[in-house]
Design a protein around this ligand. Sequence first.
Ligand SMILES: [Zn+2]
Length: 217
Amino acid sequence: MDKINETQIGEAVSEALRIGGNDNGKLFARKLNIKVSLSDDPVWTCARCRRHHLHRSAGICTKCFGPLTSLQTSTCDLIWNSNYLAFSATSGREPIRLHSEELTAQTDDQVGRQRLFRGVSINLPTSERPPIRIVDEIDVLSVTTTMEVGVDIGNLQAVLLANMPPMRFNYQQRVGRAGRRNQAFSVVLTLCRGRSHDEFYFAHPFRITGTLHPHLL
Ligand SMILES: [Zn+2]
């Protein structure tokens, strides 16, 4: 394939965008022509890296830049069945909300965020607008260690620790927030990073969950 000058192709792309009403490389959703794929639409799969393409991509794979076959290799419905996200979208599964926020010492309205996480949406005189329950309620709260003390975030269904807490009592304080009251199930997942502290407790999980208090040793 002949080499194409980088500047020329850049100009051609920005000119095509400009003609379509998307000036300065800024894309406007309502000015894009979006084609939703149908079940029997063709798919070209890269033989080298297995990325699927819904167009010929000028004969070049968009991931590994290897050559892309000119003959279609599959159809969309076959790809949907083997793709977790596509399968959920095309099988008509009811969508669920997953509203995620963070709560740190820098969060302006910490109390408000805790309230929405607990599923309490009330209209306060200081609110900018009335709360919209389905939009404002929070499902996942990403917190720092400041949450360990003095903050009541209610009952949790799951706790994910991004590293191994320093001591047994830190661990218990964090995971102990899940599975209270009448919850039948709760999940706690701890990510052990590749550092000596985490690796030690990964190898000896009993030491973080069940060793005696230092005063009793
Ligand atoms: Zn490829």
